[in-house]
Design a protein around this ligand. Structure first.
Ligand code: CA
Length: 56
């Protein structure tokens, strides 16, 4: 993440190389092309992501 509170697919893939575009689109609930903190929390709760990303 680059400090704006949103994560792009490329940013997520630096931490989770296994994340595909399909998974990213599933996480991106409002389809704005970025993952915000709420979407990240939902992704962890629904096991779309294996762990919580803690840095900002
Ligand atoms: Ca989003």
């Amino acid at each position: 993440m680059d400090g704006d509170g949103l994560a792009s697919l490329a940013e997520l893939q630096t931490k989770y190389p296994q994340i595909t575009e399909d998974i990213f689109l599933d996480i991106d609930a409002n389809a704005d092309g970025f993952i915000n903190e709420v979407e990240l929390l939902v992704a962890v709760e629904t096991d779309l992501l294996p762990a919580f990303i803690t840095d900002q």
